[in-house]
Design a protein around this ligand. Structure first.
Ligand code: HEM
Length: 211
């Protein structure tokens, strides 16, 4: 499988021409980079930092994807794009990105990977909203985090969720207070412990699964 990280591909001397089609822009932590009605039709690659792609209405937000360095995304979507930390983006016109994709399959592969991840999260969000209450959504969220990021240790499964309560609330489509009280309830039931703001320990996976 070829390297799917576009930064590695663009750093090759033979691709200096491709790199020149992009311009670099810096964004501050929490800055809104693009909103749905943004006029320009661009594709960007995250060079540094992490970028959140989310849908938002007046009182709710749903995170569709967290992009990491090397991931590409576009501005012609209904989603908002926000810098999760200080970020640097490489930006080019969508038309130019289309030309690059035709010449270099890595760019097409990366787009499939990013959109696949986004589709997976969209399926989870739709399923959760349509079929589950908030407790169930939190359970599914923790199980999927345990599977994706969990590290087995003596006391259970340690998960660097990398998101604080407010960010988890946006993922599961609940208020921060609701997520906080469900976390407390899960702790009381002996299912998990909070290690710090962004790290938890699942102490009884079977109990979580049986909820
Ligand atoms: C290669 C050049 C690309 C072309 C020519 C292209 C073209 C299009 C077109 C015509 C649409 C439909 C827009 C509409 O409904 O009005 C679309 C939608 C979309 N594109 Fe692209 N695209 C490109 C690259 C990308 C890339 C790199 C990504 C992300 C990795 C992406 C993500 C999306 C998404 C998520 C939508 C759905 C937007 C929504 O309905 O909110 N596109 N694209």
């Amino acid at each position: 499988m070829p390297d799917q990280n576009l930064l590695n591909v663009l750093s090759l001397p033979e691709h200096a021409g491709l790199l020149s089609m992009f311009h670099e822009k810096k964004y501050r932590k929490k800055e809104l980079i693009y909103h749905p009605n943004h006029g320009d039709n661009n594709v960007f690659i995250v060079k540094e930092g992490k970028v959140r792609i989310f849908l938002a209405s007046n009182d709710k937000e749903f995170t569709l994807s967290i992009l990491e360095p090397g991931d590409a995304y576009s501005t012609h979507t209904r989603a908002f794009t926000q810098a999760l930390c200080d970020c640097v983006l490489l930006i080019c016109k969508t038309q130019d990105f289309g030309q690059i994709m035709m010449q270099n399959p890595t760019f097409a592969m990366n787009t499939v990977k990013v959109l696949g991840d986004l589709l997976k999260n969209s399926f989870t969000i739709i399923t959760n909203l349509a079929f589950q209450n908030t407790n169930q959504r939190m359970k599914e969220y923790l199980l999927s985090m345990a599977e994706d990021k969990g590290i087995l240790c003596e006391k259970g499964i340690l998960i660097e969720i990398g998101q604080d309560t407010g960010q988890v609330a946006m993922i599961v489509g609940a208020s921060r207070q609701t997520v906080s009280s469900i976390f407390s309830e899960f702790c009381r039931l002996g299912i998990m412990e909070r290690i710090n703001r962004k790290t938890i320990l699942i102490t009884d996976l079977e109990k979580l699964k049986s909820l």
